[in-house]
Design a protein around this ligand. Structure first.
Ligand SMILES: [Zn+2]
Length: 329
């Protein structure tokens, strides 16, 4: 369409119903184009506003989605943390129960050690150092139940602190137990040694005593005399045993004692074995309790095969019988 810009006028006819007269409005082309331009601007502006509105809706939607997502994330993190805290608190409870059990056991061990100490002699047991708080041992493995009573953080803190205290006590108690036990061990070793060097063993297999220690009528000359040992009615050739650990201090032979052996056991004690048919050890030999040292015989001043066994304490003959009696028959 050709469009020539000229000053023109347009007439707008307004035709009402029936017999009324037609109204005429004369408009210049400037006014018409101005009106059209204004309309176009209005439409464009409306569209722009509408587009902005749409965009804001989309952005709002996006933000809402993001917000929901992150709040879900935080909710999950929070629940994870709560779960972790619950687990840790349960661990503390378990640990405190285990600590209690351990304390009970250590208390029992302390008591046992005290018993051992009193058995091993000498030092009176210093009575279970107030440790036995007598908790019921062993956490029952049976059914459990009861109302649920939630635990506060401060209660857990207290439990944790008391568990830590108990563990410190345990450590101290174990240290004491350790030193006490090594002391007891030392005592037991001493006792063992003492037993080994004490002549408690019978020197022959036979326990038949043909002549005890003490005053008697001499079997050879019939005169009153003192018998300084015990005669065992063993047969010739029977084994003669060292009655305790010791060192052979003499192996000899003379008209009175015949073949004879003297063993020193320390602590001022010696044993003497007489009338042997044969000696099986030499002077200076270390012998052990029960070791075969010679054979029964009838040498020296003797009326028949037997073993004269003598115990000497600090140079004086004493009755060996009480020592022998301390042994189980
Ligand atoms: Zn005798």
């Amino acid at each position: 369409m050709k469009f020539k810009w000229k000053r023109r006028t347009y007439t707008l006819l307004i035709v009402p119903d029936a017999a009324q007269s037609v109204a005429r409005v004369r408009l210049s082309n400037i006014v018409v184009f101005g009106a059209l331009a204004a309309l176009a601007i209005f439409v464009i502006a409306s569209l722009a506003v509408y587009a902005l509105h749409l965009r804001s809706i989309v952005i709002t939607q996006q933000l809402r989605t993001e917000l929901t997502g992150s709040s879900q994330h935080y909710a999950m993190t929070l629940s994870d943390k709560e779960q972790t805290i619950n687990q840790l608190q349960n661990e503390i409870i378990k640990l405190s129960q285990q600590t209690k059990d351990m304390k009970t056991r250590v208390d029992e061990m302390t008591k046992l050690e005290n018993d051992l100490k009193s058995i091993s002699g000498k030092g009176g047991a210093a009575s279970a150092s107030g440790s036995g708080s007598g908790q019921a041992a062993a956490s029952g493995e049976g059914s459990q139940g009861g109302a649920f009573v939630p635990v506060s953080n401060s209660q857990i803190d207290e439990l944790s602190a008391s568990t830590s205290d108990t563990l410190a006590q345990l450590s101290q108690q174990l240290t004491e137990l350790q030193s006490s036990m090594s002391e007891t061990k030392q005592k037991v070793l001493e006792q063992q040694h003492l037993l080994r060097i004490t002549p408690t063993l019978y020197p022959t297999m036979t326990r038949t005593v043909t002549s005890p220690f003490g005053y008697r009528i001499d079997p050879i000359n019939g005169m009153p005399s003192f018998h300084s040992g015990i005669d065992f009615g063993a047969a010739a050739g029977d084994d003669v045993f060292a009655t305790a650990d010791g060192t052979v201090v003499s192996v000899g032979k003379d008209a009175s004692h015949g073949n004879n052996i003297v063993i020193s056991h320390g602590q001022g004690l010696k044993t003497w074995y007489m009338h042997l048919s044969k000696s099986l050890v030499s002077e200076g030999d270390n012998v052990t309790k029960g070791q075969r040292i010679g054979l029964v015989g009838n040498t020296g001043r003797s009326t028949g095969a037997h073993l004269h066994y003598e115990l000497i304490q600090n140079g004086k003959s004493i009755d060996p019988k009480p020592y022998l009696q301390s042994m189980k028959e």
